[in-house]
Design a protein around this ligand. Structure first.
Ligand code: MG
Length: 280
């Protein structure tokens, strides 16, 4: 694969990402895939999707998990509803996560990305131990599939994330680094955080944001097109190179309600990334 190929979030069905035709039109060669809905996760769909990817010369690098009932309305609601944190849905979500991994395997994809949810900060609590056990169990399942888990960053500070990775203690758990999330959730400087967790970063999102004008960690910051927020796109790419990262730079811009603007802003991010890459 070329050095840091540009990527974009795409969907196999009606989802948050762009359609494959948009990826092709933009000349982008790698995608991360949003959670395929249950009805889409059939061997026939996998085959048809692979044929299209092959025709367009596109490679899928990560398939992301997502579940019914998750909401990102507010940071508090995110903490309550997202990932494997809610105990009442944990087992059902683990089962669905295994099914999504099996579908990803049909697509030949070796990495599963996930917002696993807010990891509890009290490492002596049952809530924390329950999360560690759930992620260990899932990593072990992925291992049998020849797959890795990439944790999406943002919901905890770099130090807490490192401690969690250590406690999970599996060799197929890594990080999908999203610099904008650290700003959105008020969890620290993205570049400093990237340096701290660098050795675990196996995929990333090119996304940007402005910090909240309210209370960090309580009120959301605002997502903006890549290059227009506080990430410092050039420093982000330079730092990725410094930590030895060579993988895809996946643009994330989730405004499916406005597909024309979405395509235009992804195109602008692509041009910006290519211009920075030329200087690295
Ligand atoms: Mg992201």
């Amino acid at each position: 694969m070329e050095f840091m190929p540009v990527g974009v979030f795409a969907s196999i069905d009606a989802g948050l990402g762009v359609k494959l035709e948009v990826v092709r039109d933009l000349g982008i060669k790698t995608i991360q895939l949003h959670t395929p809905a249950k009805a889409s996760r059939t061997p026939e769909n996998a085959k048809a999707f692979l044929e299209k990817l092959s025709e367009y010369g596109i490679t899928t690098t990560v398939v992301f998990l997502g579940f019914e009932g998750e909401t990102y309305e507010t940071i508090a609601r995110t903490a309550e509803t997202v990932g494997f944190v809610p105990e009442e849905t944990r087992q059902a979500r683990l089962q669905e996560a295994r099914e999504i991994a099996d579908f990803a395997k049909l697509l030949g994809v070796e990495a599963i990305g996930s917002h696993i949810g807010f990891v509890p900060h009290d490492t002596a609590s049952d809530a924390y131990k329950g999360m560690v056990a759930a992620i260990q169990e899932y990593c072990d399942y992925l291992k049998k599939n020849g797959q890795r888990l990439h944790l999406e960053t943002g919901q905890e500070k770099a130090e807490n994330l490192l401690a969690f990775l250590h406690d999970v203690g599996r060799d197929n758990i890594f990080i999908n680094f999203d610099p904008a999330n650290l700003i959105l959730y008020g969890m620290g400087n993205p570049i400093e955080s990237l340096k701290k967790v660098g050795k675990y970063v196996r995929s990333c999102h090119c996304k940007d944001a402005l910090p909240t004008t309210g209370t960090p960690g309580v009120d959301w910051g605002t997502e903006v097109p890549f290059g227009q927020g506080k990430v410092d796109a050039k420093l982000f790419l330079q730092t990725l190179k410094e930590i030895g990262y060579t993988g895809p730079l996946t643009i994330e811009r989730e405004i499916p309600e406005d597909p024309e603007r979405q395509k235009a802003e992804i195109g602008q991010a692509l041009a910006l990334i290519e211009s920075i890459k030329a200087t690295l």
